[in-house]
Design a protein around this ligand. Structure first.
Ligand SMILES: [Zn+2]
Ligand SMILES: [Zn+2]
Length: 329
């Protein structure tokens, strides 16, 4: 039975999207080609993140990236320019959405998932404050990791260690890569996240991110530095395939900006009555609430394979608790 989106009487949620959450139609049996086609088309809906990120990546490469000729050897000036640009983007986009949604509460609680506000007095967090803790790890090591991976790839292009194509030299592969990158980032996120949930890595590394049971934009990259480094290391793939710096910048925007925007705690960002952008990720919000479920995304298969999907319904929560009881017996 479908449950329409709306306000919830559930003890955790103020708002939920349409339930049960469905996995992408690639995993349906039997396969429905029309649903798969519509799903892919919807990925490129102008109100969704892959489209904004692509526009941002093109703008960043065109107007705000050092020329490759400067990147043939590492030097402070061009690496600093990248760091400064990443920092400014982070402050404007992540900081702006935090101020809009959580500080000035411009949407109130409309489309906000969790009933509770962000934590302002908790020993779990550095400085005793969730937002300060989250900002600290994002703006220090988070932005530094983003800059590190991007600088490494630009240096690779400048020295021929990464194989450079342009739109003119290979338009088909150029566009194909643009289409593949969103899915690649989801797939890689899912795979490495699952490894981070093994006992040792969870205790020493990933538990930092899970301090955030409820979340805001700054929670997206609020992680142990080792996790930030691993999360963005998917860009190593660009040393193995022919590509353009736009592809690298695009991939890293999914982590640098995509992670904060998928952790806003709101389903959509609304401006006035009409304009709204998809933000939230209730599937991942459930992961933060329950931890041992929804490790990946609705577009990747591992949760289905490992039977760890929570569809957001109260029956889903009951099934999860039953699974835990069976495991502990
Ligand atoms: Zn998260
Ligand atoms: Zn996790």
């Amino acid at each position: 039975m479908n449950i329409e989106p709306g306000f919830s009487a559930d003890k955790y949620w103020n708002y939920f999207p349409k339930l049960p959450l469905r996995m992408a139609p690639y995993f349906d049996r039997p396969k429905n080609l029309k649903s798969i086609f519509l799903h892919i088309l919807n990925t490129w809906n102008p109100c969704r993140m892959p489209t904004w990120f692509l526009v941002l990546a093109i703008l960043v490469w065109t107007f705000w990236t050092p020329a490759l000729t400067r990147a043939s050897s590492f030097s402070f000036d061009w690496v600093f320019e990248i760091w400064l640009r990443d920092m400014i983007l982070m402050l404007i986009i992540t900081g702006g959405s935090h101020l809009y949604l959580h500080t000035f509460e411009k949407q109130g609680t409309e489309l906000k998932y969790d009933k509770k506000p962000l934590e302002t007095n908790s020993k779990r967090f550095h400085f005793g404050n969730q937002t300060y803790d989250n900002m600290f790890w994002t703006l220090t090591t988070g932005v530094a990791c983003w800059t590190f991976w991007e600088s490494l790839l630009l240096w690779g292009f400048a020295n021929g260690y990464a194989s450079l194509i342009t739109f003119d030299s290979n338009p088909v592969w150029f566009i194909a890569l643009v289409l593949i990158i969103p899915w690649w980032t989801y797939f890689y996120f899912d795979a490495q996240h699952r490894v981070l949930h093994t006992e040792f890595l969870y205790r020493h590394v990933h538990s930092w991110h899970h301090k955030n049971k409820n979340m805001g934009p700054w929670s997206g990259l609020a992680m142990h530095p080792v996790e930030q480094f691993i999360l963005m290391s998917d860009t190593l793939v660009f040393f193995l395939i022919s590509c353009h710096p736009i592809h690298v910048i695009y991939d890293l925007i999914f982590h640098g900006i995509g992670a904060p925007l998928s952790h806003t705690g709101y389903d959509k960002l609304k401006f006035g009555k009409r304009v709204q952008f998809d933000l939230g990720d209730f599937y991942h919000q459930l992961h933060h609430r329950f931890v041992d479920t929804n490790h990946g995304t609705q577009d990747t298969p591992f949760d289905l394979w490992y039977d760890t999907v929570h569809d957001g319904t109260q029956e889903g929560t009951a099934a999860l608790r039953a699974k835990r009881r069976t495991k502990s017996n």
